[in-house]
Design a protein around this ligand. Structure first.
Ligand SMILES: [Zn+2]
Length: 436
């Protein structure tokens, strides 16, 4: 009783809350990708959220800021302003490099988390205000990073994380191939499973650890050190068990899949999205459209592994090199086919294979595959937000949503590579980068 009375007294004595206000004067504003950009707009941000968008350039008095309210004004009259970008497929805790197999046994989770904080900052500064991490090994660095960023302790994009990848023993996602048994045991993942019961448990274990969604590897992959091909690895009953277990815990389930058998089996099992989709066919396109699943094409990963495979000095091992040269060139055709077939596309890069902070290179590859610049931007904003189930929070600059706002010098609708040079980054109303 006494405690309650004290609390009430303190509340009554506190001054009225002063709003934190930011005013952005946008020379050109693409508030909702897919709808036209508008000239000379004012965005008002209040306490980290978009409050209003108005025509013309309004000052603090015109927007009704109170006397005690701190107001920041950002002059982006010479810039093109758009929503913060969303990358639906990253590996924020690592970056492909020649020492990677050694680092797996040298670096602790704490080392990984510190490295990941650096990668996260590069990602944010490149204009990506939200990322979906789809596989971070068996450690907990990605969860610590996600939570540290959310609390404001570390500068980085908003992260949605899957934790470890649900994979078959020896499959793509079981990162222990090629290590001696006692070393492999050190970083064995609880997400590696065989048989429906074990796979249900693997999913629940990732949910227990804090996973926002579930990632499974339906087929072989390019960068696993095994000559196990690129086709289906889970049995159909295992796929169904994973998808059901994820959905029962309120988690979306996404499947890494290259080979067509694995793509179609995963779609039939009811996954919410397919990562890569390299060898998709007409049947896959029917299944995508029927179930409403998204495709995350990751063209940048294809381009990156081909470059690595062609470089005689690169660190790729023979099975990786062989798979890279097969998969890379096929990914462009896949994107052309998916686009023509009317498959829903969410932008994703597989960054971690490529370098963090270079995520926007995916845009030009999408445009080369037949997407208009507007469609490519929509894939990285409106569609990616829908794919995450977060359209109420991110994806457009609209009243009530998080103030995730970026700006570039040139018009990306005229030249998509304008997005490679982001000059202004705001996330949740905090400006992390402003033009010089
Ligand atoms: Zn990946």
């Amino acid at each position: 009783m006494r405690k309650i009375l004290i609390a009430a007294t303190v509340c009554a004595a506190m001054p009225a809350h002063a709003a934190d206000i930011a005013i952005i004067h946008a020379g050109k504003l693409l508030a909702v990708p897919g709808a036209p950009a508008r000239d000379a707009q004012t965005i008002v941000v209040r306490d980290g959220k978009i409050a209003s968008i108005s025509a013309g350039y309004l000052d603090a008095a015109a927007i009704g800021a109170g006397d005690g309210d701190p107001v920041r004004i950002y002059d982006l009259k010479n810039s093109f302003v758009l929503p913060g970008l969303i990358d639906s497929h990253v590996h924020i805790t690592n970056e492909n490099n020649p020492q990677q197999r050694l680092q797996a046994v040298e670096m602790s989770d704490a080392d990984d988390a510190i490295a990941a904080a650096g990668f996260a900052k590069k990602t944010l500064m490149a204009g990506f205000t939200t990322v979906r991490d789809v596989g971070a090994g068996s450690g907990d660095a990605v969860f610590a990073l996600r939570d540290g960023i959310a609390k404001g302790d570390v500068a980085g994009p908003r992260i949605f994380a899957s934790g470890a990848t649900v994979s078959v023993t020896g499959g793509h996602g079981d990162g222990t191939q090629g290590y001696r048994d006692d070393i492999a045991e050190l970083f064995h993942s609880a997400a590696v499973c065989d048989g429906p019961d074990a796979c249900r448990r693997a999913v629940r274990e990732q949910v227990r650890r804090g996973a926002d969604h579930i990632k499974l590897t339906a087929t072989g992959g390019v960068l696993s050190n095994t000559a196990a091909g690129l086709e289906q690895q889970f049995f159909d009953d295992e796929l169904a068990a994973i998808v059901d277990a994820g959905h029962k815990m309120g988690r979306k389930v996404t499947a890494h899949a290259h080979g067509v058998g694995g793509i179609n089996a995963a779609l039939r099992a009811g996954v919410d999205s397919i990562e890569h989709g390299t060898y998709l066919d007409d049947e896959s396109i029917k299944l995508f459209r029927k179930g409403g699943a998204y495709l995350v094409p990751t063209l940048l990963a294809g381009a990156t592994v081909v470059d690595m495979a062609k470089d005689p000095n690169s660190h790729l091992l023979p099975p990786q090199r062989e798979k890279a040269l097969k998969v890379g060139p096929k990914m462009h055709d896949m994107a052309v086919q998916a686009k023509k077939g009317g498959v829903k596309i969410a932008f994703g890069t597989d960054t971690g294979v490529s370098k963090h902070g270079e995520n926007a290179r995916e845009f030009a590859l999408m445009v080369a595959a037949g997407f208009t610049p507007m469609e490519a931007i929509k894939a990285a904003t409106v569609n990616a937000a829908d794919h995450l189930g977060k359209s109420d929070m991110i994806g457009t600059i609209s009243p009530g949503k998080a103030a995730d706002i970026i700006a570039v010098d040139e018009d990306p609708l005229a030249d998509i590579n304008a997005l490679l040079d982001v000059d202004f980054v705001m996330k949740d109303g905090i400006a992390y980068k402003t033009p010089d």
